[in-house]
Every structure is written in C-alpha cells, then in structure tokens.
Design a protein around this ligand. Structure first.
Ligand SMILES: [Zn+2]
Length: 90
C-alpha cells in the first residue's frame, strides 16, 4: 500500500544529476555557484551574467546532464546572450 502511494507521487524518474546542483549551475557556461541562484525563481550566473528562470535553467542542465560534468570542465567564457523579451524593466 505504502509503496504504491510513493510510486504514484514520484513516477519512476531516472535522475542522473543531482537536482541541487542543476539549480545552481549556469546552463550557458556551466559555472556552478549557489550565489548564481538570485532567488527562488530567478537564476543569474555570477560568472557570465546569463539570466533565466531558475526552473528553466535547471531543466536545461538536467537535459544536458551538465551538473555532472560541470566540476570537471573548465567553464568557457561566453558573452551574455541577449534575450528576445528583454523589455522587463519595471
Ligand atoms: Zn554562466
């Protein structure tokens, strides 16, 4: 009974990467730092300035398996990308 309930809540997902790091790792340059996590919703890389929704950034990292490799790779210097919807200066 209990096992069935747990499986219902977490349907067999295969997690190759540690979710804790994917939320702190830049999906643009691979730099991993807790400080890059500006807030619960906003990710802003302290290394390259890449900015994205924290969940989107983490999802990209998971898709790329980046958190696992980030420690071994030397972060590549990438110029900050311009995002299409950059008119949010409220
Ligand atoms: Zn970065």
């Amino acid at each position: 009974m209990l096992v069935q309930r747990l499986e219902h809540k977490a349907p067999g997902r295969v997690e190759k990467v540690n979710p804790a790091y994917t939320s702190q790792t830049c999906s643009a340059c691979g730099h991993c730092a807790p400080e890059s996590r500006e807030s619960q919703a906003v990710f802003r890389c302290v290394a390259c300035g890449h900015r994205a929704h924290a969940d989107v950034n983490a999802a990209v990292n998971i898709a790329a398996g980046r958190a696992v490799r980030a420690r071994r790779e030397t972060p590549v210097r990438v110029s900050p990308k311009r995002e299409p919807q950059h008119t949010t200066s409220v």
